[in-house]
Design a protein. Structure first.
Length: 130
């Protein structure tokens, strides 16, 4: 009866294919993770119309956004001079500052660029789920 052992080359090829499959799966999982730093308690106090647009839909009362006089339809361009083009970038910038840290918000209001602030960064009024 012939030897049932897999030849050395085939075993190597099989091991290499298994390793490549595992690396592909790991890459897919790694790419799907949201690497946005969690918001500790920093809170600007706005709702945006869409996740990829920084157009303000609503401003919550008694928040940093309200103190800055942000208004619905304002488009947020930058936080403390750092450009933001989507909500993830805004969250990353907010996570860099502690509560009470002064922030400025650069906006486009009806075609005119304005910088509002500085105002102290507020805390979220919502409970934290960690």
């Amino acid at each position: 009866m012939p030897d049932m052992e897999i030849p050395q080359r085939r075993r190597f090829r099989f091991s290499l294919m298994a390793l490549l499959a595992a690396m592909t799966i790991a890459a897919v999982i790694f790419a799907s993770i949201d690497w946005t730093p969690p918001l500790d308690k920093q809170f600007l106090g706005i709702a945006v119309r869409e996740q990829d647009s920084m157009v303000v839909a609503d401003v919550l009362p008694n928040t940093t956004a309200a103190k800055c006089a942000l208004q619905p339809r304002d488009k947020i361009l930058a936080l403390n001079g750092v450009p933001v083009s989507d909500i993830k970038q805004l969250r990353r910038q907010l996570a860099r500052y502690s509560i009470g840290h002064p922030v400025t918000v650069t906006i486009d209001r009806q075609g005119q660029q304005q910088t509002l602030g500085p105002f102290p960064l507020g805390a979220t009024p919502f409970p934290q789920n960690r």
